[in-house]
Design a protein around this ligand. Sequence first.
Ligand code: ADE
Ligand code: ZN
Length: 326
Amino acid sequence: MSPKDLPKVELHLHLEGAAPPSFIRGLAAEKKMDISGIFDEKGGYAFKDFWHFLKVYEAATSVLQTPDDYRRLTLAVLEESAASGVIYTEIFISPDFCGGRDLPAWRDHLAAIQDAAAEAERGLGIVMRGIVTPIRHFGPDKAREAAICAAETAGEFIVGLGLGGDEKICKPKDFAWSFDCAREAGLRLTCHAGEWDGPQSVREAVRDLGVERIGHGVRAIEDLALVDELAERGIVLEVCPGSNLALGLYPGWRKHPISELHRRGVKVTVSTDDPPFFHTTMVREYDRLAEAFDWDEGVFEELARTAAEAAFCDAATKANILKRLE
Ligand code: ADE
Ligand code: ZN
């Protein structure tokens, strides 16, 4: 079976980060907003490094304003994922962008996203769940407000709390209140770490926030004792190799640590992070990984099963996804 046809499970995808540039340009035109500075001559997103990427990302996101904007975006994103063979996806949604951390506005935006998810599930068979994701560089106070939005809407659709943004700003423990609030509301927990900061950042996310998954986590490879600990504790890494390469974290696919982490027994999964920004898709990730590490269908089947087992959805949904992977 070719990578395109393998059923896939994606655990790490930012809703706004998955917006195709043509979609964002179209909305900007409708709203008469000038964001032309964020595009290159070919019409793709243009950025120099991770910190510039965050600025371009926020500028693109500024055109997403109404619940209907988010409904349309969600449909576009799920169509793209389904075309790559994704059958289950957990998508990061940030109340900072989506409703401005105002609870009634958040509920309205979320209802529109859920409508789109239900439509995509009926039409394309793709199942979506949401992970509320505060933005680290917006600070702990705003993260609390986002966590309250998460806790108030926790349920079948909103299944987790994450933390994205600039890993160099604040420490995991600064967000402990938000993660405790989410845990008490029954949400499952993940946190970006070990992408722009080293192994200590991963240790602190596990120790101080009690997360069961790590977004990226790849720089754990710089500390083999930590790698062993992640493997022993079954902490799952949401690895996004194409994102890491596009942002210059590693110089080439063969230099990416995913294969070594896998070999050392860490539960790794594969995701795209912000696919149009990084010119990637799940199919491209599979193709490049197969090429770089000589991975066969069996490895990809194992990774998809690992991802399904680590999904934050309810047991019945998970059982269904696991069955579709058989
Ligand atoms: N938000 C969107 N993409 C991100 C990434 N790769 N790291 C941290 N925050 C992000
Ligand atoms: Zn991410």
